[in-house]
Ligand binder design. Structure first.
Ligand code: SF4
Length: 368
């Protein structure tokens, strides 16, 4: 199969544009990192308030880019005991959300979004029910991290919110910015990219950012059934994604994660667990694959027949995997009203103020 990968180069990031402007103004090379440090430290994104910078530089930035460094602003927040959801909007009204989880150990993990809605139509997903509105820019992806870092430390980042990260070509320059020592300076080992199996993007990710963690959604070991849950299976089969990961773990020895969403009466039988264990054990390096089992949560706008399995059913599924020597754990979830998959806050927003139908569309496979 010949696939054209991301044919259009993504536009420059804000960081590249500012670097170019500062260079044209004859500013010293350190000015950009000085600006980024000031934004992170002061908690403001208004250029006028960044007093660490010379006034002439602030004026030039405002003239070239407008008054603020960030393209997103927070418009709603829901806080629970351990989870905080934030809804963001840009100047065009596009809305996306983040979920910040605080673990009892003190670790904080930010789940961010890469698309407004999503066009891949997974039948268990609130975001898939919205449809794709558009890809986020690299700057909009990074702005989510910036906002939360201005509030406090963020220890790890997961590209697991709204959208299929690897179908958005802007994910890659966003990873460059997040790991750049002069900008966010995040270790790639503290970043996880989750995918339902967008194979061209997965190949690009393991080639360009081999130290970034990967989570591949499996959700069924049986191709026909998997395609009813994840329609992308028909275009990029699970087997092709696993072949990419086999090569990746052989080259890097990095542990790779397989997510398995457990839906009552759909994919939670002993036969599913046994087939999943066989799939893992048939890898070249099965000990480098770890299965994260995630019991389904009722979500807005999703197939009503899907239900959360009982705790006993989840335990039995895990037991079957482990008895076949598969490394498997239940992904930690948080209780209460915010115990929901990414995408719910936004879906609730859309249910009261829906996006124009004309803006919703299916994702072209060669995203660009
Ligand atoms: S699970 Fe991910 S890829 Fe599938 S519809 Fe939802 S956001 Fe899109």
């Amino acid at each position: 199969m010949c696939i054209q990968l991301f044919p259009n180069p993504p536009p420059r990031t804000r960081y590249a544009a500012i670097a170019e402007l500062l260079s044209s103004l004859g500013e010293p090379a350190y000015r950009l990192s000085q600006l980024v440090r000031a934004v992170h430290r002061t908690g403001t994104t208004e250029y006028a308030q960044l007093s660490a910078l010379p006034r002439r530089v602030r004026s030039s930035l405002i003239e070239a880019f407008g008054p603020t460094f960030a393209d997103l602003r927070p418009i709603a927040r829901q806080s629970g005991d351990q989870v905080e959801k934030t809804l963001f909007e840009n100047d065009n009204g596009a809305r996306i959300e983040t979920v910040l989880a605080r673990y009892r150990t003190g670790w904080t993990s930010l789940c961010l979004s890469t698309q407004v809605g999503c066009g891949l139509g997974c039948t268990f997903c609130a975001t898939g029910a919205v449809g794709l509105v558009r890809n986020l820019s690299a700057d909009e992806i990074c702005d989510q991290v910036l906002y939360h870092q201005q509030q406090g430390p963020v220890d790890s980042i997961a590209f697991m919110g709204m959208g299929e990260a690897l179908a958005n070509p802007h994910t890659f320059p966003a990873l460059d910015v997040l790991t750049h020592p002069d900008y966010f300076g995040l270790s790639p080992r503290r970043i996880t990219v989750s995918t339902v199996g967008f194979a061209p993007g997965l190949q690009r990710l393991v080639d360009s950012h081999p130290q970034v963690n990967v989570t591949l959604s499996v959700h069924s070991p049986f191709p026909a059934e998997r395609s009813t849950l994840i329609p992308l299976e028909g275009r990029f089969p699970l087997a092709s994604c696993l072949a990419i990961l086999d090569q990746h773990v052989a080259e890097t020895r990095r542990k790779t994660y397989l997510a398995y969403l457990l839906i009552d009466g759909v994919n939670d039988s002993p036969a599913h667990a046994t087939a999943l264990a066989s799939l893992v054990n048939s890898r070249d390096q099965p000990r480098l694959f770890h299965v994260s089992v995630i019991p389904y949560n009722d979500a807005v706008g999703v197939t009503p027949a899907y239900r959360r399995p009982s705790a006993a059913r989840v335990a039995e599924f895990l037991r079957t995997l482990r008895s076949a020597n598969v490394r498997a754990t239940q992904r930690q979830q948080f209780g209460g009203a915010l115990d929901a998959a990414c995408g719910q806050l936004h879906a609730q927003y859309l249910s009261s103020a829906p996006a124009p139908a004309a803006d919703r569309r299916r994702l072209p496979i060669t995203a660009g």
